[in-house]
Write a new protein. Structure first.
Length: 190
């Protein structure tokens, strides 16, 4: 269509791989302390791991154990062990690549970006920092101390009402005159 295109993406799709299997066998000579096969079997491993240079791997199981009749100088016997099993390897399949192209468009003129001046940003940061410090100081200063129990007001004892004055008898000689005084018995005379 007369427009230039460019490579935009490449996808990889692996196709189905295959697993290949084969029978494998390994034989070892080991030292055991008994020439009785049943007892010697407990001294060797039942399974071993297998791998080879062709990429096959798996686990082999003890198939046969043969113990020699003759003891060695150290008192052990030579046992021949044979391990067998099926091992496998994975074969990778083909990979399918798909290419995607996109048209090359002339770059559009970018819209002017309105930048905030550095001085304004610095001022905003300083004000924010000052408010943060101020808030922290208020929180520290207004933090209530340990709560103290309230003292309950003790009721003040009521003052006893004044006792009525006692009447006193005043004895005055008869020839003296008492002004404003009165006695219990002479109320009418005064």
């Amino acid at each position: 269509m007369g427009e230039p295109y460019t490579l935009w993406a490449v996808t990889e799709t692996p196709e189905d791989g295959a697993i290949e299997e084969k029978d494998a066998e390994q034989t070892f000579d080991v030292s055991v302390y008994s020439n009785i096969p049943e007892e010697a079997r407990s001294e060797v491993r039942e399974t071993i791991d297998y791998s080879d240079e062709d990429g096959f791997a798996g686990t082999l199981t003890l198939a046969d154990l043969t113990v020699s009749e003759t003891a060695q100088e150290d008192g052990t016997y030579i046992a021949t062990t044979r391990y067998t099993g099926t091992v496998s390897r994975s074969l990778a399949g083909n990979v399918c690549f798909e290419l995607y192209y996109a048209p090359v468009n002339a770059p559009a003129e970018p819209e002017p970006v309105q930048e905030i001046p550095t001085d304004v940003l610095l001022l905003i940061m300083l004000v924010s920092l000052a408010l943060f410090i101020f808030t922290c100081m208020l929180m520290i200063l207004r933090r209530p101390g340990e709560p103290q129990p309230r003292r309950e007001a003790k009721p003040k004892p009521k003052a006893a009402p004044p006792a009525p004055p006692k009447k006193q008898k005043i004895y005055v000689p008869s020839n003296d005159i008492v002004v404003g005084g009165k006695g219990d018995e002479d109320e009418e005379l005064v």
